[in-house]
Write a protein that binds this ligand. Structure first.
Ligand code: ADP
Ligand code: MG
Length: 353
């Protein structure tokens, strides 16, 4: 790319601010970063491909925000304090207007979470972004997917499913009636749902503060069932004796649903949205009962919604993996609706059912 250098100077170098004096960001062959004493480096990376991870027509500023946000969300799940990130950018053409918007989105998230862009690479090809972010945790304290124990409570931050419904809107998958239903209350539900999809807010603060309280954590990127499934697998691997095998009991009626989703549910109670749609970037974590009061206080202090959605149990012969509590049936009009729901979950290929 002939214009590579002016592009970097103009759009990316200004985002390298906020490093300490002895650190080096954009402009040299590599970034130089200084870890605080007694901390470990946490590194995460995620690639987003146009048409696969975001719709082809997504706006440049949203694409930039999301590429960074999904990485910060991984850092949040590890309990890490974000430090900085690099950007591998593959562009089909040099489009000044697009780059301008893209840089705006990048700048917005750099400022919001105080993370500088410290390097990257720019090449020509189909639109693809690879962000590699790094952060620090006090040595030996990183939150892991393993570590959940029998009796632990299962909790999530925020609300689930909005991004999934937002995606349906973005892809024009709703009928006119459905769209009208969402627009009807004049509450900007459509805008809220699209924002959940395009501008996820990584739960960085609570992630760091869950160290010492949570026994395991993951961010919900692929949907609650899939990601809680990872906690189960990893925690079971740690503890291979079959008698102690863990299962997760989820209380459907407790899943946190936004006002927009509750409104949607009055027309179409689509439980696959909060359970399996993905892209929520909330944290799902487990908490030993003795630490639960601490989590409730922390949530209040930070103004972050935290909801208990189930518990870790010892697997019984009939109930392994993830299953729904007996009371979960109550959220359905009748037994046949519940059975149809279970069938849908099974058909969605979710392996734990
Ligand atoms: P090199 O040839 O040594 O890899 P480059 O010419 O690719 O260096 O990049 C020059 C500088 O600009 C480096 O500091 C690099 O990290 C930075 N850079 C290149 N592309 C990007 C990008 N997309 N985002 C942020 N920084 C970038
Ligand atoms: Mg290069």
């Amino acid at each position: 790319m002939g214009q590579e250098f002016s592009l970097i100077d103009r759009y990316f170098r200004p985002l390298s601010q906020g490093l300490s004096q002895d650190e080096i960001g954009i402009g040299d062959d590599g970034a130089v970063l200084t870890p605080p004493p007694k901390h470990q480096l946490v590194v995460v990376t995620d690639t987003l491909v146009a048409g696969v991870h975001f719709p082809e027509h997504a706006t440049a500023d949203d694409i930039a925000w999301k590429a960074v946000a999904v990485n910060l969300s991984d850092l949040a799940a590890m309990g890490a304090k974000p430090n900085s990130f690099t950007l591998g950018l593959t562009l089909p053409e040099h489009n000044e207007a697009w780059l301008h918007d893209f840089a705006q989105g990048l700048k917005a998230i750099c400022q919001r979470y105080r993370v500088p862009l410290v390097g990257g690479d720019t090449t020509k090809g189909p639109l693809t972004l690879t962000v590699t972010a790094n952060g620090w945790v006090p040595t030996g304290t990183a939150l892991l997917r393993s570590g959940a124990k029998e009796g632990d409570k299962i909790a999530v931050t925020g609300e689930l499913g909005d991004a999934g419904l937002g995606l349906k809107i973005a892809l024009n998958r709703l009928s006119h009636t459905e769209q009208a239903w969402l627009d009807e209350p004049h509450k900007n539900y459509t805008a809220l749902l699209l924002s959940a999809l395009n501008r996820p807010q990584p739960q960085l603060e609570i992630g760091q503060r869950l160290i010492g309280l949570a026994s395991s954590a993951i961010d919900v990127s692929d949907g609650l069932l899939a990601d809680l499934g990872h906690i189960l697998e990893c925690s079971n691997q740690l503890n291979e004796s079959l008698t102690d095998e863990l299962a997760a009991e989820v209380e459907l009626g407790q899943l946190p649903l936004s006002d927009a989703m509750q409104h949607w549910f009055r027309q179409r109670p689509e439980w696959t949205l909060p359970l399996a749609a993905g892209d929520d970037y909330q944290l799902c974590f487990t908490v030993p009962p003795k630490n639960w009061d601490g989590v409730v206080r922390l949530a209040e202090q930070l103004g972050v919604k935290v909801t208990e959605i189930g518990r870790m149990k010892r697997a019984a012969q009939a109930k392994r993996g993830i299953y729904f509590s007996d009371r979960s049936r109550e959220v359905f009009a009748d037994d046949s609706a519940y059975d149809a729901f279970l069938q849908t979950i099974k058909q969605s290929g979710y392996q734990h059912f």
